[in-house]
Design a protein around this ligand. Structure first.
Ligand SMILES: [Zn+2]
Length: 201
């Protein structure tokens, strides 16, 4: 699934579930759910997230930048209180540098847990504990949606490298697949436009 479709689905799901989240609908929550729904593809050098992080879209640049960022976080953390969430963040960044697209951490349940832990720590610190709910919706939905594609996702990584997928799948980039994603995206936008006035009341 491409980034745009993930973002659209994430935003629609965040909006649909916002009245079940403690604190209700929040604009910041919508931003969080959209970023979270793009985040798992951070291991792909050409993904939307990396378009804004990487100056060149190559694997080597990706490796160098993520390892550098990760070490930066770890060193900073070492001198500023040794907080487990930052150790997890630094280690995760380094792992993302080394992992190739969809074969590792970011599309696994472990990835979801680690990132949610980091977000929960940061959001609690800034009195925005609702953010973690939006985060889990966006990130979790991304993984679920990728299970409808022919490549599947390594849900149980690193315990198993098996790719999990649903019984009905499509191929990303194929004619039918692209049409399917376009229709989904339009449906999400329509739902969003229809629903947002009720939520903002
Ligand atoms: Zn993905």
């Amino acid at each position: 699934m491409i980034g745009k479709t993930h973002a659209g689905l994430g935003a629609a799901a965040g909006l649909a579930l916002s009245d079940k989240i403690p604190g209700g609908f929040k604009i910041v929550g919508m931003l969080v759910v959209i970023i979270a729904s793009l985040l798992p593809d951070i291991d792909h050098p050409k993904s939307i997230v990396n378009k804004y992080i990487l100056p060149f879209k190559s694997k080597l640049v990706k490796l160098i930048i993520y390892v550098f960022l990760g070490l930066g976080v770890l060193v900073f953390n070492y001198y500023h209180g040794n907080i487990p969430a930052f150790i997890a963040l630094g280690t995760t960044l380094i792992m993302i540098g080394f992992s190739s697209h969809r074969k590792g951490l970011t599309h696994s349940l472990l990835g979801l847990v680690i990132f949610s832990f980091i977000i929960s720590y940061i959001s609690n610190r800034y009195n925005m504990s609702f953010a973690v709910y939006y985060f889990i919706i966006g990130y979790g939905l991304h993984i679920l949606c990728d299970m409808t594609t022919s490549r599947g996702v390594p849900l149980l990584y690193p315990l198993s490298k098996k790719n999990f997928k649903f019984p009905i799948i499509y191929r990303v980039g194929s004619k039918k697949g692209s049409l399917f994603e376009k229709i989904l995206l339009i449906a999400c936008v329509l739902y969003f436009v229809y629903r947002i006035p009720f939520v903002l009341q």
